[in-house]
Each structure stands twice: as C-alpha cells, then as structure tokens.
Design a protein around this ligand. Structure first.
Ligand code: PLP
Length: 424
C-alpha cells in the first residue's frame, strides 16, 4: 500500500489573511469589496515614490545586479548595516528572501523538541510554521487587551519554568495584529527571563521604523546584554517593497553561546544550498535608506497612518459593543467585540452572495470566522478573524491603509453599523 505523504503537523499551517481572499473575490462579482485584510501598498493604491523608482532603475542598468550575490549578503548591504550598528560584524548577518524564508529555515533547523513560545495573538507565519514543525500545539503567552496589549510576563515565566522544551522566546515588536509597541521596561523583562532560564530570544522587528512616538522605540540590540538572540529586519513595510522579498537576520552574542554559533552555521548551510538571496533589493537598500528623500517620505506616511488610527478610534471606540486600543505604530488595528450576542446571525440579503458565504460558514465553528464572513457578505468589508492569529480570542484585525480618507470613514461606519446588529 502507498505511504501517506502528509506530515503529521500539516493542518497547523494556515494563513487566514489570504484564505479569505478567495471568498472575497467571489463576493466582488456582486458588490464592491473593501480590502482591509492585508497590508499591500499596491492593493491600497499607495504610490511608490519616483525617487525610489529612479534608484532601482539606475541599479537595473548595472550588470552585477543580475548575478548571484554571496550566500550571506551582498557586500553593499552589509557595509551599510554594520556601519549603523557597531555591535554587529559581517558574520552576524544573513539575508533571506522574505520573512517566510527566514522563518522556515530557522524553524526547520531547530531540533523537534526545542520549542518557541510566542505571543497570543501571534502573526501566523511564525506560529503556524513552528507548530507544524514541532507537530504539536502552539505554545503562547498572552498579550493583554486590558493592559495596552502588553505581555503577561508572569504567565510567560511560569510556562518557561515548567516546560523544559521551551528554549526560545519570540517577541514581535512593534506587534502585529495588536498595534502594540512595548516599552523598554517590559522588553528588559524578556531579557531577564531569558537570562534566568538560559533561553534564546527572537525579536521580529520588521515594523521598527513605523512607530509613532520615536522615544518609544527600543530594539533588541539596545537591551540584549549577553543573552543569545536573533533579530529579524525587513524592507517590506517601511520602503515599502513587500514584493522585493528581502530582509535579514542579525545574530547577537553567538561568540558567547556555542549552541547558537552552530545553529547559525546550519542556517548558513541551508541558505548555501539555495545559493543566495535576491541581489537587486540588497544592492539598492543603502541607496534608498541613505537618500535625503527617505526620512521625509517615511514621516509623511507615518503621519497619514496615525491620522487613520485616530479616526478609527473616534468612530469605533464610541460604542458600548466595540473596543479599540489605539495602535502605537502604523498599519493594523484589532477591534474587540465587547458586548455582543453571539447567538445572533444576521441574514445575508443578497441570494447570490448567500450561496458564496453560507458553505464557508458551515466549515467553521469559530464565531469570529463566521462573523467576518457575514460582515463581508453584507457590507463588502473584508477583515481577518483574530482566530487566524492562533488565539482563542475572537475578534478581528483590520488595516489603517486606505488612501482615501472619506472611503476609510465609510468603511468604519459600515463596521460600526453592522456590528451594532449584534449588540446585546
Ligand atoms: C510580524 C510580521 N512578521 C513578518 C511578516 C512578513 O513579512 P514579509 O511579507 O516581508 O515576508 C509580517 C507581514 O505582515 C508581519 O506582520
């Protein structure tokens, strides 16, 4: 008899942010869809600035960008990165093709029983990949919506204390989906716990440049002391260039931890099999970041997103059935359905849309997944259920990216009016 080709953990691998797109595309045949599910600047009509396109076009004239680059990094990119951070050497950095590439190589290189504990809710690329690799349930610590989405460090400490399989702590800061940015005192406590229990730290810092209040911005490299750790950095979001699939990891204190040093060697070997990461984004990265236009451009975007966050807070937080914690950085907002009647299911009026939505609803027992499908079917607003972020919390995440402010207000009003139908 033929062997089963499926891995035991295959069902853990889900990416609900894109799963909902198929249904929304069907709905779009009958009514306009407001895409609030994913952050893609092109999808949201954000224009890539001419100065950035010029830098990329000029690079395309150079033959060298069409070749392989060294496995670890392109020399131009690495010179720039280490010039900005004296704690790093060339050996501490490896480039990857998008965060999925880094995450999958890191998690595949881990021994099966060395587990990562991550925030709850968590960005699913991390949590699903690790749980699928370990063929086990997710291990999480809570981010508390009643405390600005800050982590429950007592829970974290108890879990690492009693589960010897936990060897890594993952922190996403700034955080997706909650919009939280953790203050220095909290970040230092992660370091303290890692030190006390001899653990590694992984910080996903891909949104670090998009924090509203710069005094609030603390990176792993500022606080790590002598704890072994990895920080993930990306160009997807702040340039923006998500289709460039380019980012890098920075490794801290591998000279103090032989196990980490060997682990990095394994990662490098895995990368070598693939040869290298994409050359062009690495080649232009320093020119873009060092351009005199970049800082102005970034600040303008941050200002725009902050305005959207304020508007969302003003419209959605003014009801007894919705709760919003003001995000501390651009892009995402988690909406909490606070005082609602889950026994209600608001009928979808359009018979054609009903045919699309109802079979999907039958596939899930989660209220938030059902709710997001009803919302999509009735209003065209496409958001992501929070259960897609591997959490038991049933709320939803939307983006703050809509270019057109009036349209954004309309989307917020649609959400507010629709959710009102569920209020107790
Ligand atoms: C916390 C976090 N890490 C990683 C990623 C993935 O980034 P990329 O699209 O560059 O792979 C995202 C994307 O939304 C994210 O929110």
């Amino acid at each position: 008899m033929r062997k089963n080709i499926l891995l035991p953990g295959h069902k853990e691998l889900r990416y609900i942010i894109r799963e909902i797109v198929k249904t929304a595309k069907e709905v779009e045949k009958y009514k306009p869809v407001y895409w609030e599910n994913i952050w893609d600047p092109i999808e949201k009509w954000e224009k890539i600035p001419t100065w950035m396109k010029e830098i990329i076009k000029n690079a395309c004239d150079k033959d060298e960008v069409y070749g392989y680059s060294p496995t670890r990094w392109h020399q131009k990119a690495i010179n720039y990165i280490i010039s900005k951070n004296p704690k790093l050497t060339e050996n501490d950095i490896i480039f990857f093709n998008g965060i999925w590439d880094a995450i999958s190589k890191i998690y595949k290189a881990l021994s099966f029983d060395s587990r990562i504990i991550w925030p709850n809710p968590a960005y699913p690329t991390h949590s699903s990949s690790e749980a699928a690799h370990a063929n086990s349930f997710h291990l999480t610590y809570k981010l508390d919506p009643n405390n600005n989405w800050y982590p429950d460090l007592e829970e974290l400490e108890n879990k690492v204390k009693y589960n010897p399989n936990i060897v890594w702590i993952l922190v996403i800061n700034p955080d997706n989906p909650t919009g939280a940015v953790f203050p220095k005192e909290i970040l230092k406590k992660f370091v303290k716990i890692a030190k006390k229990y001899n653990l590694f730290l992984i910080f996903d810092e891909i949104y670090e440049k998009l924090v509203y209040d710069k005094t609030n911005k603390v990176n792993l490299s500022d606080i790590i002391e002598d704890v072994p750790g990895i920080s993930m950095k990306w160009i997807s979001k702040d340039l923006p260039w998500p289709g460039g699939r380019c980012g890098w990891i920075e490794v801290y204190n591998q000279d103090k931890d032989e196990n980490l040093k060997q682990f990095v060697k394994t990662l490098l070997a895995a990368k070598m099999v693939e040869v290298c990461s994409t050359t062009l984004p690495q080649y232009v990265l320093p020119d873009i970041y060092e351009s005199k236009e970049y800082q102005k451009y970034l600040e303008k975007r941050i200002e725009k997103y902050k305005k959207r966050a304020d508007l969302a807070y003003e419209v959605l937080n003014n009801t007894p059935w919705l709760k919003v914690i003001k995000p501390k950085w651009a892009f995402y907002l988690t909406v909490i359905l606070d005082n609602i009647d889950k026994t209600k299911s608001i009928k979808i009026s359009d018979p054609e849309i009903k045919k699309i939505i109802y079979p999907q609803i039958e596939n899930t027992s989660r209220f938030d997944e059902k709710f997001c499908l009803w919302l999509l079917g009735e209003t065209g607003v496409c958001v992501v259920p929070l259960s897609g972020f591997n959490t038991g919390i049933e709320w939803f995440r939307m983006t703050l990216l809509e270019e057109d402010e009036e349209k954004f207000r309309k989307i917020l009003e649609l959400i507010k009016d629709y959710t009102a139908k569920y209020s107790k």
